[in-house]
Design a protein around this ligand. Sequence first.
Ligand code: 1QQ
Length: 399
Amino acid sequence: MKNPITHQTALLFTCSLLFIACSTSTNSRTEFAGASDAIPIGIAFAQTSNVALLGQEGTDGVKIAQKYFNDKGGINGKPIKLIFQDTGGDEVGAINAFQTLINQSKVVGIIGPTLSQQAFSTDPIAERHQVPVIGASNTAKGIPEIGDYVARVSSSVTVVAPYAVKAALKQNPQIKKVAVFYAQNDAFNKSETEIFQKTVKDLNLNLVTVQKFQTTDTDFQTQASNAINSKADLAIISGLAVDGGNLVKQLRELGYKGIIIGGNGFNTSHIFSVCRALCDGVIIAQAYSPEYPNAINKAFRQAYMAQYHREPPQVSAQAFAALQVYVEALQSLDKKSKINKLTLPQLRTELNQELLKGKYQTPLGEIAFTPVGDVIQKEFYVARLKMAADGINGKFSYQ
Ligand code: 1QQ
């Protein structure tokens, strides 16, 4: 039989060696972590699959935030340690990532997953384990409502999508007929198209056709031809970057001349390599502007540009903001009840309560949360894709 004292000493020693928080079933009073241990936060983004490009932008954002806040002293002296788990592009990969982060890595909270489609499967798991989760790119309706431990810094499609339609009408007040396209195998795209379709009707435009596709499709000839035949003068696409970009390309190749709006799935510079010169002019509503004039956005933008030599995309800024929420909530919690005196379950629960109370000056501007955990954000923007003459390089233009 094990000597209980030796066992516990060994356990604590192992915990501090691994720099992870040990909540142990052998002693419910074991504290979360030693005073100098790094605080583990789980990052569940797509590193592989057709969603990897969006996942990479999230990863870039949290890495910049980790350095930024650790350089400033972390959580009253304790650094933040990010623990990455690849979710892939589907629900199974995302569920595995969450389970590993919660049960093995013993994280205090999670940022992710990349897609709403994944979040509807993963967030109930975080809720059951009472682990806070902050969505950094989940924009479908209904995400924060999954549970008490679920919040997001990514503004809902309900709020953001209508800005794009209004911008298109401003550009061409003659628009009458609208064709809407959406990826029917993805929760975010289904949610977004509902908002687009409602906005079209609210603005008294004529919704002439609704075309469906899959995020895995590459051939959109039928859908594009149907829209052209219906004489649409505005096309609105809810898809992810690769499928959406190919649809833009094929619409233009078949002769469509009207304005094109892309939804939040287009919100990555990786779309440039898909539709190239034919991406030019696509309108995309934004929850972030690289020009936002506060100090933390200037620091974030500078760090991002020094590393990647281009303007930071929305998802990177949102991921930065998600980690900032954890950092600042942990700092304020640590001042009230020293976090290394708490068990891991206590810390997860108190952190969740604390983060919902705060106001944060982030690269997105000032944000806070509704009681259910949805982000409250004040300013939104509209960008147009501007392609360079080479048809390869492009940028999001806010003019
Ligand atoms: C969602 C999204 C994605 C398109 C962004 C990564 O908004 O799934 O909710």
